[in-house]
Write a protein that binds this ligand. Sequence first.
Ligand SMILES: [Zn+2]
Length: 89
Amino acid sequence: MSDTLGTRIARRARRDPVRALVRVFGRPLVCGDCGRVILRAIPVVWRGRVRLVGAREHNVRVMFATKEHLEFRHVELDRCPSPERPWVP
Ligand SMILES: [Zn+2]
């Protein structure tokens, strides 16, 4: 006997609604420097500030590239490979 998919999703959403939301509505945030996906989150712009829903334990630097376009970057540079950091795997 196993639960249906809907039951499992509903139970998960009750336990951790933010994560369930991010799984459905989130998008991968790609680092503007290295092109790697930093994390999955929902970027919300509110009162001129950017909130990344689902990014609790991650360090992401957010900048406005233009008025409507956001740019994300790794904060921890040892996760962000670039020609200046050849030691990063
Ligand atoms: Zn990076």
